[in-house]
Design a protein around this ligand. Sequence first.
Ligand SMILES: Cc1cc2nc3c(=O)[nH]c(=O)nc-3n(C[C@H](O)[C@H](O)[C@H](O)COP(=O)(O)OP(=O)(O)OC[C@H]3O[C@@H](n4cnc5c(N)ncnc54)[C@H](O)[C@@H]3O)c2cc1C
Length: 450
Amino acid sequence: MINAGRIHSLNQLEYQSGSVVYWMSRDQRVRDNWALLYAQNQALKYRVPLKVVFCRAPKFLGARKQQYAFMMEGLRQVSQDLNLLHIPFHWLKGDPEKEVPEFLNRTRAGLLVTDFDPLKIKKRWKEKVCMNVSIPVADVDTHNIIPCRIASDKQEYAAYTLRPKIHRKLYEFLEPFPELKPHPFSIQTGSADQTGEKIGTDDLKIKETGDRTQFFQSGEKHAFSVLERFIREKLDHYSRDRNDPAKDGISGLSPYLHFGQISAQKIAIEVMETDVNEVSKESFLEELIVRRELSDNYCYYNNNYDSFEGFPQWARKTLSAHRRDPRENIYQWEQFENAETHDPLWNAAQMEMVKKGKMHGYIRMYWAKKILEWTSSVEAAVETAIALNDKYELDGRDPNGYTGIAWAIGGVHDRAWFERPVFGKVRYMSERGCRSKFDVDQYIQQIERL
Ligand SMILES: Cc1cc2nc3c(=O)[nH]c(=O)nc-3n(C[C@H](O)[C@H](O)[C@H](O)COP(=O)(O)OP(=O)(O)OC[C@H]3O[C@@H](n4cnc5c(N)ncnc54)[C@H](O)[C@@H]3O)c2cc1C
């Protein structure tokens, strides 16, 4: 059984006839996927075929070839695994708000299931799809452990206000996943249902251009190996090592979580069952569950999650009061992008992101705060940080990114600190502070060697 709290109807239409389609978008996996399980459940109930469709939107939020290559490799594995279960995978290219309804109407589908995403662009796609189809559409939250709409019905102030709400419902939703079954109802040869493309060689050309990152291998299988290695070698020391960018002490799971190649719920279950240092376990679960789901809460309930207007009132007031403060250094986009600031630590962080496709979590805070310090306005700082993050991070274009940047620059989910130039009462970070926490020179040397 799938907890009904995960399922949200996007329109009030009744099922009549036709196959069930899962429009896979945020959660690109076959295992441990409540949206796919729900879609199969409905297809079995109506005794009809089940298919999965993915629509590749061009230039999604500034994504580059590296990120598309990572995604495509993962989707290729998805299509192979679905094939073994007799579930066809259909591949569309173009604007999803146009392509998805066209596909559903052409193939005379009877029910659409999709996965939850709090980002504005995804909400808009779904609204447009609903306007252009006459079948029921269900949105299933398979990214969060506690579905975002159920965890809270409003924008939360900080982690301490969301945490008790999550803990109260955790054991209701943290249930083991059933297996997806080979699907018994297949599509009739020659029927309208048969249309749809396979992932073609054109789409895989990306791979041949050498744009794949050498640091992360894509797909569900690799996601599980990264998880196993993290549990075996790093989890025990997570609380000690996680804030040290010179040590490889964090999980490295964010690219897989971002593309939905692994389920956070599955990770949480595996970690809870492991016998390791309790403090480390708690600290990892706090990041994986509370902080991650707090980001979805912020983006879902605050449409200005990617701009100054989204910041809390105290932060807007204090940042506005310091607009005219003199800045010692002001850099332009190219200087940031090419890591040409006066600060070797900032440059190393930027290069880590560009070369690896993933910057260490602790240094991300410093990186974003310095962009505020070295740009002419807070609006320009937010824009620059988001554009760089979305362009270079494998895990970018994600609620965690918009919320992390809003935390660093705009005091979101944080409190007021001592007043100082440019930042006002927004928390400040200095290079000296970093030196007291970890070996800055060792980190810089490691990045130079990449
Ligand atoms: C300025 C800034 C930008 C950020 N941009 C992104 C981004 O684009 N994409 C992204 O996924 N995360 C982002 N984060 C959050 C965090 O830094 C990363 O999730 C983390 O570093 C990913 O590495 P990991 O999986 O090895 O982390 P681990 O420490 O192993 O954490 C495991 C998982 O917990 C979650 N998590 C950890 N820290 C946070 C956090 N602070 N907020 C929310 N969830 C968290 C992530 O899903 C992460 O994969 C950003 C943070 C800041 C301050």
